[in-house]
Design a protein around this ligand. Structure first.
Ligand SMILES: *Cc1c(COP(=O)(O)O)cnc(C)c1O
Length: 476
């Protein structure tokens, strides 16, 4: 038998290996260190093998991959993982993602992926419902917040230039009216790279923010008055350090007075919308023109999945839809199911909306609310425990899932180095994983609660691990 003969036994053998390893990996999560133990040299030695002429037995490939990777994996699916803003994978979302790979449909087109296209259509409708955004908005399942911001800003670019009499998709930006872009000083890095990618340049006007990182509405008003012509304002729901929100209602009203398009980057913060406890933070967000969020963060689907939502369907389609003679396309506004490639910057793509479909169906409205609320209450608990520890300060107002921690260090020259040492000590300890950042010029520690399984117990472990590391470093 040739290796290219279809052999269901071959599938069975490698998938059984993968399944056994999946179960081993996941069942060890509650006990295991969340840090990785192999050094770069070790990983290169174990994985950096020479390509062979003849190839290898497939089971051997999978076995060796598992062996080689094992010590080089973070426990980022663990409820004790607090680094960056990284969600885990809820079982139902993982299973749906697994099937997405097995089915391997090209979810760019309905004709090539009938069921996944319909699932994405349904998941899009559910998302607009739970996030309480205009129900006729365009929705795209993209790779992450970066591409969600890019998609939304491309739609914004289409609209503001079309209104100025310019067809940017046909004629590009050379000779186009100048588009003013205004962003909060504390905008996420991906806003700048999205602007760079769509030719608007990575140096927008930066609007002053307050200590929590919230845009100052008066500063926005003044900046808008200083110029004229097409304008795009980016606002933020959930600062990656403090978790703070721009005063969205006010910001959107001011921007709309100047006919600016308002895009909201809500990679994790937009989910505040689903709970009455946190929805005041995003009051008025529905008045914006586009929204970016992530499913692979707080919704806890596996990587990768971001979501772009655009109120103006024509602007969305203007920026992203594609036609080709060899495709089977119904057209976005027919009654036929949507072709995802009309809405995303990708052409061929995996059905990454399927895990979102499964996750929302499993959670229901109240489960989704609880997911967000338990994350917020774990963050509050971490903050309240740490406030009891001598020498530890909480820097931010803990309004969502982010906690910024600082330490009282007498000699300010030693401060930043000491914070670094605390971070390294925590990572080596392995009970939890988190990392540092800088806030207002000072090194700090960031704690982000984004995992579906993080509860009060894990919050206590986190506070204890931080306090222990601080104590051991401060007496050195
Ligand atoms: C994480 C994040 C992004 C980028 O999202 P990716 O999914 O990593 O591409 C953008 N904005 C904010 C506020 C974020 O927290």
């Amino acid at each position: 038998m040739s290796r290219f003969d279809w052999d269901e036994k071959r599938f069975e053998r490698v998938l059984q290996l993968a399944s056994a390893e999946s179960q081993r990996f996941l069942s060890a999560i509650p006990e295991r260190d969340v840090t990785h133990r192999a050094s770069l040299e070790q990983l290169r030695e174990r994985l950096g093998l020479e390509l062979t002429e003849e190839g290898l037995d497939d089971e051997k490939v999978i076995r060796e991959l598992i062996e080689g990777a094992r010590d080089g994996l973070l426990g980022s699916v663990s409820p004790r993982f607090f680094g960056f803003v990284i969600g885990g994978s809820m079982p139902v979302a993982l299973a749906a993602d697994w099937l997405t790979s097995v089915w391997d449909q090209n979810a760019g087109l309905y004709a090539a992926a009938p069921a996944p296209s319909v699932c994405e259509e349904v998941a899009a409708r559910w998302l607009l419902e739970v996030l309480r955004l205009p129900e006729t908005s365009g929705v795209a399942f993209v790779t992450g917040g970066q591409m969600a911001n890019t998609t939304c800003l491309a739609a914004a670019r289409h609209r503001v230039l079309a209104d100025a009499g310019w067809d940017v998709e046909r004629d590009g930006l050379q000779g186009a009216p100048r588009v003013r872009v205004l962003v909060p000083d504390e905008a996420h890095a991906t806003i700048f790279s999205a602007l760079r990618l769509i030719g608007l340049g990575a140096s927008p006007v930066r609007i002053a923010t307050d200590f929590e990182g919230r845009m100052r509405p008066e500063a926005l008003r003044n900046a808008l008055r200083e110029g004229e012509g097409p304008a795009i304002v980016c606002a933020q729901a959930g600062n990656v350090n403090t978790g703070s929100f721009d005063p969205l209602g006010e910001v959107i009203a001011i921007a709309h007075e100047s006919d600016a398009w308002v895009h909201v980057d809500g990679a994790f913060g937009l989910w505040a919308r689903v709970s009455p406890e946190t929805s005041p933070l995003v009051e008025g967000v529905e008045e914006a023109d586009s929204w970016a969020t992530d499913a692979h963060k707080w919704l806890n689907v596996p990587y990768d999945c971001g979501i772009a939502i655009v109120k103006d369907r024509a602007a969305h389609l203007g920026a992203t839809s594609v036609r080709a003679d060899y495709l089977i396309q119904a057209g976005p506004d027919s009654d036929a199911p949507r072709d995802p490639l009309d809405w995303t910057p990708e052409f061929s793509r995996r059905g990454r909306g399927l895990p979102v479909y499964a996750a929302l169906r499993w959670l229901g409205r109240s489960g989704l609310r609880e997911l967000i609320e338990r994350g917020c209450s774990a963050a509050s608990r971490i903050a309240s425990e740490l406030r009891k520890v001598d020498g530890i300060r909480i820097v931010n107002e803990v309004v969502l899932n982010q906690v910024l921690v600082d330490f009282d260090v007498e000699d300010s020259k030693l401060h930043d180095g000491l914070v670094d040492r605390v971070v390294r000590r925590i990572q080596q300890d392995g009970r939890i994983w988190l990392s540092g950042s800088r806030w207002k010029g000072r090194a700090v520690i960031r704690v982000s609660v984004s995992n579906w399984a993080t509860g009060q117990d894990e919050a206590l472990v986190a506070a204890q691990a931080i306090a222990d590391a601080w104590k051991s470093v401060s007496v050195e």
